[in-house]
Design a protein. Structure first.
Length: 296
């Protein structure tokens, strides 16, 4: 984690000015939170039993374009990227539900999520109000930018939740399915990603567009950051189905590049625009939930 620098004797009365700060080489596009005392599980208040958390099961890596790592709608930033894949900010800008905290091992300790992002049902302006009522995919994100591990990577806790009438509990298999819903939309898949078939060699890629920006997202699934387990996982009693654990231990690593912007031409000969269509994915998710629930 540290680079040893040899001492040098200077002939002048004062040493030269230090070089400008640079983002350190992360090897993976992020720093492993556990290496500095962090965790890949969030802290959730008022769980039963106490002390349960939710998995940080997707990461936008620091190898993404720097604009994408900025928590903004402008200049093709993170919020515009989320809108390109069918997600948006909370209903009328109002946060609902409990906060969760995460320690990314960056020296900032446990911090509440930067924001909650919800499936927008095809309407980037008001669709998240529908998600708040009817349920759907949603995520919380944190930025790894503390003094001990300043990668700039975006860590996300993704899950598919039930309607508000069911207290936004997580659907059966909802952590894995929610992660893969996100990835399927981010890579413009024409069919649902087969969650049960994923391994740490699975990869996906594709393009999405919104507000004049086109993004290319490459994804690889990795193991080792999370365990394949139900231990310590919020809602483990209902999320684990058919003898499987609540989470499969895989984390989706996303690298996002801006292919073109409003005033530039694409450098890709295969550019195409895509923004997810909500209806078919939503019906499929509800069907999955019903089938899984009937097997409990």
């Amino acid at each position: 984690m540290f680079t040893l620098v040899s001492a040098t004797r200077f002939s002048g009365s004062s040493p030269p000015a230090p070089p400008p700060p640079e983002r350190r080489d992360t090897n993976y596009g992020y720093y492993i939170p556990m290496d500095e005392g962090g965790s890949m599980l969030t802290q959730v208040p008022n769980t039963y039993p106490l002390g349960l958390g939710e998995p940080l099961n997707a990461i936008i890596s620091a190898y993404s374009d720097s604009a994408v790592l900025q928590s903004t709608l402008d200049n093709g930033g993170l919020i515009n990227y989320y809108q390109s894949i069918g997600f948006s900010t909370e209903c009328l800008g109002q946060h609902s539900g409990d906060n969760q905290a995460a320690d990314l091992g960056d020296g900032n300790g446990y911090l509440n999520q930067t924001a909650v992002i919800r499936w927008d049902y095809g309407d980037a302006n008001l669709g998240t109000c529908q998600e708040t009522v009817e349920g759907g995919d949603h995520l919380r994100y944190w930025i790894q930018d503390g003094p001990n591990a300043d990668s700039g990577a975006i860590f996300m806790a993704v899950s598919y939740e039930m309607p508000i009438a069911q207290q936004h509990n997580i659907i059966p298999n909802g952590y894995n399915f929610g992660r893969d819903w996100l990835i399927g939309n981010a890579t413009a898949q024409s069919t649902i990603i087969p969650t049960a078939n994923l391994t740490n060699t699975s990869t996906y890629s594709g393009q999405t567009s919104f507000n004049g920006y086109t993004y290319h997202t490459s994804v690889n699934y990795v193991s080792g950051l999370l365990q394949n387990t139900s231990t310590g996982i919020n809602h483990f009693q209902s999320v684990a189905v058919n003898g499987s654990n609540a989470i499969d231990g895989l984390v989706a690593i996303m690298t996002v590049k801006i292919v073109s912007g409003p005033t530039t031409n694409s450098t890709s000969g295969a550019e195409w625009s895509h923004r997810p269509i909500a209806l078919s994915w939503t019906f499929f998710a509800l069907a999955c939930s019903l089938v899984a629930a009937s097997s409990l």
